[in-house]
Design a binder for this molecule. Structure first.
Ligand code: ADP
Ligand code: MG
Ligand code: ZN
Length: 477
């Protein structure tokens, strides 16, 4: 029997506001435990939460960027549960009336068909604290610095059909929050967290199967691996005549498998009710319009522009625009480089290879976009060959110097002087009479050998175009 996977993701994005969602405490990461706390975020009785306006503004940016319908009036609700990192005994979240609903984002699945993935809802909520487990003793402590740090939860429709699509969706979502500058999108550090809901059904069936929810997916690799594992696990259960149970499972990255954590709660288990301490959230129309006007160019639009304006392939344009900083780097480079395609090749090739190996973001590139653009200008102007440019580039990475200075200091300027090159060609041809004879008898392949010899004689600095011309001419004589 053939099965089809059905996947929906719930993503929690930590918002980059200065202060928490309902109090003035700092959201800065890494402070000593329990120093960024006050009676409000500690959940003391009798305190009154007040919504941070910036949290709403950030949520609205995300809502508009994902084509959601904004609810001009939404509500906060209490989600009741007991856990040691939740001093109030409830989390302030949104339930029946979230800030936004019914959007979509587009993902590229690699076969050039665009897939639309529905966004069910976006809601605002507060984060809980953190349990810190002592590695040496059977003791856990609680750090409440994170209680009240603002989150948005973005819930997708069950529209995803493979681990790869789930990965592409998550990458696109992360790209968008980073373009909007509302979240730093770091899975490893937990500022961007993903739970995956997975079920399978016989191909052709219309009803969904029972889903399991996967938690602890703290890298893109783990998201895709864990979903693939879960699909296989459910297939085995069904093929053995069993039934999938609705439960929450924990992914163990070291073991490469998931284990059952707990039976899945239903919404009614949380006894949601409107928070009586918080007023309904009313969005002012003019304010919303101003937020819409101030939205930056988003990855999809930028990708299209890169294709149209610079003649890039969709593939290159997608890679260059996935990260806002990378797209900015490319455009800054173009201010100095004559050819967009050449710039794209150098950035996505040599530069990214080096940065990835060093595990550095583009913002920490030792080669500035201006310098890379100047290097490409030297190639384009015929001052250096592409091969010499690689040597110069390596030097630029090491020293951060500008390419002209390196070319001059190392005497790497391309030899484009015809009489100088003619002398070298004469020498090379005189030294290889057999090859010359072979060439003249029609073995045109020997040309590569002659070019190689001239390059060796000139330490790679001969202008290859000119060398070819001179060789053709002298061999024809
Ligand atoms: P809960 O908080 O109970 O997990 P949510 O509504 O927050 O509920 O999230 C449900 C998620 O599960 C959504 O992303 C939705 O698309 C997905 N989902 C719902 N039903 C299924 C199913 N049968 N198979 C896979 N995913 C599902
Ligand atoms: Mg859930
Ligand atoms: Zn506080």
């Amino acid at each position: 029997m053939e099965f089809e996977p059905v996947i929906g993701l719930e993503v929690h994005a930590q918002l980059k506001t200065q202060t928490k969602i309902f109090c003035g405490c700092s959201t800065a990461f890494g402070a000593p435990p329990n120093t960024h706390v006050c009676p409000v975020c500690l959940g003391m009785p009798g305190v009154l939460p007040v919504l941070n306006r910036e949290v709403l503004a950030f949520s609205l940016r995300m809502a508009l960027a994902t084509g959601c319908r904004v609810n001009m009036e939404s509500r906060f609700a209490r989600k009741n549960y007991f856990y040691p990192d939740l001093p109030k005994g409830y989390q302030i979240s949104q339930f029946e009336l979230p800030v936004a609903e019914r959007g979509e984002i587009h993902i590229d699945t690699g076969d050039s068909t665009l897939r639309r993935i529905g966004i069910t809802r976006i809601h605002m909520e507060e984060d809980a604290g953190k349990l810190v487990h002592d590695p040496d003793r059977p003791v856990s402590r609680v750090d409440l610095n994170r209680t009240g740090v603002p989150l948005i939860e973005i819930v997708s429709e069950p529209d995803l059909r493979s681990p790869e699509e789930a990965g592409a969706y998550l990458r696109k979502l992360r790209s968008i929050v980073r373009y909007l500058d509302i979240c730093d999108g770091n899975l490893e550090e937990g500022s961007f967290r993903c739970d995956a809901n997975i079920s399978i059904r016989p191909v052709g069936a219309s009803a969904f199967g029972t889903r399991a929810e996967l938690k602890n997916l703290n890298s893109f690799r783990n998201v895709e691996k864990a979903i693939a594992y879960e699909i296989e696990r459910q297939k085995e259960v069904l093929l053995e005549g069993g039934a999938v149970v609705q439960e929450t499972r924990l992914w163990d990255p070291a073991m490469g498998r998931s284990i059952s954590m707990r039976g899945k709660e239903e919404a009614h288990d949380y006894r949601y009710f409107p928070d009586p301490d918080l007023l309904p959230v009313v969005v002012d129309e003019n304010w919303l319009a101003a937020i819409r006007d101030a939205l930056p160019e988003l990855p999809d639009a930028r990708q299209e522009r890169f294709c149209d304006a610079y003649g890039l392939t969709a593939y290159d344009a997608e890679r260059l625009t996935a990260d806002r900083d990378l797209g900015d780097y490319f455009e800054a480079c173009l201010a100095h480089a004559p050819q967009a395609k050449l710039a794209a090749n150098w950035i996505l090739g040599g530069l990214m290879a080096w940065l990835n190996a060093e595990n550095r973001p583009i913002a920490q590139s030792p080669v500035s976009p201006e310098h890379l653009g100047q290097l490409l200008g030297l190639i384009d102007g015929g001052q250096i060959s592409g091969k010499i440019a690689k040597t110069v580039f390596e030097e630029m990475i090491k020293t951060g110097q500008d390419p002209k200075a390196i070319v001059e200091a190392k005497g790497l300027v391309q030899v484009s002087d015809a009489s100088e090159l003619e002398a070298v060609v004469t020498k090379v041809l005189a030294a290889s009479p057999d090859e010359v004879a072979a060439y003249r008898q029609g073995k045109k392949k020997v040309m590569g050998f002659f070019v190689g010899q001239v390059m060796r004689e000139t330490r790679g600095q001969a202008n290859p175009k000119l060398v070819n011309e001179i060789l053709q001419r002298m061999l024809a004589e």
